[in-house]
Design a protein. Structure first.
Length: 137
């Protein structure tokens, strides 16, 4: 049996960053675990937060296939290039590059940045907090 993986982003502002990644991947907010009615209620069940501990946001793939994404607010800023990044694949086919370009443009419109383009294959991008990822065939 394989193990499941969550991808966790340390960040400055969990809510806005989660909103960006909802657009990137078509994910949705993950409801709180039972028996909690809200995420706030669930978080409060852990007791008082530690000094400097921030909020969070949780996303899931509506189809139940992709990994869960977790966004946790941390006090320290991002200081270096990612050692791990996501490749967001649009699929192959005769119009694949046009779909890569369209997806990249839609992500720029919601706060992403294009860092580099390898024509015909992928676009290196950064999310609003500077986390690198690629939109690729």
């Amino acid at each position: 049996m394989g193990l499941r993986v969550d991808l966790t982003f340390d960040c400055v502002a969990a809510g806005p960053l989660a909103q960006f990644w909802k657009v990137v991947l078509g994910y949705e907010d993950e409801p709180p675990p039972a028996p909690f009615a809200t995420r706030e209620e669930w978080v409060a069940s852990f007791g008082e937060p530690e000094e400097g501990e921030g909020g969070g946001a949780w996303l899931r793939d509506p189809a139940g296939v992709g990994p869960r994404l977790v966004f946790l607010e941390v006090p320290e800023p991002k200081v270096a290039k990612n050692r791990l990044h996501l490749d967001v694949r649009v699929g192959r086919g005769p119009d694949a590059w046009a779909r890569v370009e369209a997806k990249a443009a839609s992500l720029v419109a919601v706060g992403g940045r294009v860092l580099a383009t390898v024509a015909g294959h992928h676009v290196v991008m950064a999310d609003p907090e500077g986390n690198e990822f690629c939109v690729a065939v």
